[in-house]
Design a protein around this ligand. Structure first.
Ligand code: ATP
Length: 516
């Protein structure tokens, strides 16, 4: 008799339960539910529902192999696991896109915070087959043997309204916001007080304060994206802005270039002029891109003149951003610029406590304090330490106690290469393969360039604390799923190809030597 989706997923859960600890199981697997089981093209496809995009990213990063093995065990070699991210409650429009998500072409409506999406895990030894997607948070993989990468941005031809939800006729704009980035989850401290207060004021009355534009600046992983997205989420929730859009400057640039290629500049420009609250992350990436700056300048003026709110972030004060035209730089400073700094001890403790609470992790205060005492530079590292601790506890079936924290942090300290930058890794990898560095940031899919790009992404993930998003951005605006795919491709090939493994080892040693 055919087994129902629930039965199949139950069998999967039984298998998973044996391989993770109780805490991890409760946190990451219990909230998932089976949606459907289908036979298609000789594949047995089990679809499960995930409560949020965050789950998708977490499962992909931490439990990919386990899920792959589980699906093989339960469904056989032809088994495939698909994800469907449940429509988030505030996204009423998402219901329509949810239905279309699994049949949509890759990257239709691509973007963080889309209300639905789906990804796939293949049970065979190869990386997952293509999962159709309506969100940047979804899987979107290419074949293992293919030299091409899965770079959703490159395949997207929906320039007309890049952020519209597919299937909806009127210009319903998907805000691209991550619903986890809220004020509620943002811990205030001396390091971010001004930026946080100004953000809150703006969210109450977008365009109605003198903080327009509002620019948040500061170093890596200090909460800029979280804060500026909180403004968008809050404004949407309380209805102070109808049309909110979050976009990275890299994504803006890519869409702009595509609109030129497709002769659709006026549509591009019209699209941005409809936004009531425009949030642009990492504006330093506009540096040196004259045409994009010009377009952004006009959009900025149009929005500002009609009282619309503009929120920006940068990794340094506006005056220090090179390669941006003076007229744009001066506009960046019209309103308010506020910095975020590295958090002090109390704030670090509060952040860890909050994270543990949100993720329902039982953590002793002494463990929290130990992490907070030892990880000082940025909040992403702090989160990284907590995640690592969870992963170790889960993988080695250990208690989350101080002893484990000490072991894990020692490893972490050894792993993090001091001052190692993404650019440095790109340079070393390109030198090794004797290719021009610009190529790995360009769109070329030549086999040798793709290989170098994937290896460089792999080392950026392994040896720096940058987020997948940031790594992707440094490789010509690729998104985080491309980085995940690159890392898996390299890991798989290291396992099967000794020549390739030697090359990766040698590059790893070169990076280590130069980064000390
Ligand atoms: N004050 C805070 N309270 C709670 N979580 C925070 C805070 N600041 C940052 N975080 C968390 O730290 C992580 C990194 O933050 P975020 O991505 O916003 O940093 P960023 O400054 O934009 O970094 P980058 O420059 O690399 O883009 C996120 O998961 C975010 O939720």
């Amino acid at each position: 008799m055919e087994r129902s989706a629930e039965d199949v997923w139950e069998a999967c859960l039984d298998h998973i339960r044996e391989h993770v600890n109780r805490q991890s199981f409760k946190t990451w697997f219990e909230p998932l539910s089976a949606q459907s089981i289908e036979e298609e093209e000789n594949l047995r496809k089990l679809t499960i529902q995930l409560p949020s995009r965050f789950y998708y990213e977490w499962l992909e990063e931490h439990y990919y192999s386990l899920l792959r093995k589980t699906v093989t065990q339960v469904l056989g070699e032809d088994g495939r696991l698909f994800y469907d991210i449940v429509v988030e409650p505030d996204a009423s429009e998402g219901a329509e896109s949810s239905a279309g998500a699994r049949s949509a072409r890759p990257n239709e409506g691509d973007g963080a915070g889309a209300s639905s999406n789906a990804g796939a895990i293949g049970s065979a030894a190869s990386p997952p087959q293509q999962g159709s997607s309506a969100s940047a948070g979804s899987a979107n993989f290419s074949e293992q043997d293919s030299p091409s990468e899965s770079a959703p941005d490159e395949e997207d031809d929906t320039v007309r309204n890049p952020f519209a939800i597919p299937g909806i006729q009127k210009a319903t704009i998907d805000s691209q916001l991550n619903s986890n980035y809220t004020f509620d989850r943002f811990i205030q401290g001396d390091c971010n007080r001004l930026a946080r207060s100004a953000s809150w004021a703006i969210a109450q009355e977008p365009g109605g304060t003198s903080f327009n534009p509002f620019l948040v600046y500061g170093g890596v992983g200090l909460g800029k994206t979280h804060l500026i997205q909180s403004i968008g989420n809050q404004a949407k929730e309380t209805g102070t802005a109808d049309t909110v859009l979050y976009v990275s400057s890299e994504r803006f640039t890519t869409e702009f270039v595509q609109s030129i290629q497709r002769n659709r500049i006026s549509e591009f420009s019209m699209f941005y002029r409809q936004i009531d609250l425009l949030i642009v992350d990492d504006v330093q990436f506009f540096s040196g891109k004259e045409k994009t700056q010009e377009e952004f300048f006009h959009i900025f003026n149009a929005l500002h003149q009609s009282g619309k709110q503009i929120v920006l972030s940068a990794d340094r004060p506006p005056r220090e951003i090179d390669g941006i035209e003076e007229r744009l730089l001066s506009r960046f400073q019209w309103g308010l610029s506020a910095d975020v700094q590295a958090p002090g001890l109390e704030t670090r403790i509060a952040i860890l406590q909050r994270k543990a609470e949100d993720d329902q992790i039982d953590l002793d205060q002494e463990v929290i304090e130990f992490i907070a005492h030892n990880i000082k530079s940025n909040i992403r590292e702090l989160e990284g330490a907590l995640i690592r601790l969870l992963a170790h506890a889960s993988l080695h079936q250990r208690d989350l106690d101080l002893d484990l924290a000490k072991e894990v942090l020692r490893d972490l300290m050894q792993d993090v290469q001091v001052n190692l930058t993404i650019e440095e890794i790109q340079r070393i990898v390109c030198e090794y393969f004797d290719i021009n560095e610009d190529l790995i940031r360009a769109k070329t899919r030549k086999r040798e360039v793709v290989r170098a790009r994937q290896i460089a992404m792999y080392f950026c993930k392994e040896m720096t604390q940058h987020s997948l998003k940031t790594i992707g951005l440094h490789f010509g605006g690729r998104d985080h799923s491309t980085v995940i795919h690159a890392v898996k491709t390299v890991e798989d090939q290291v396992d099967t190809d000794t020549q390739f493994r030697d090359a990766v080892d040698q590059i790893g040693r070169k990076i280590e030597l130069r980064s000390r």
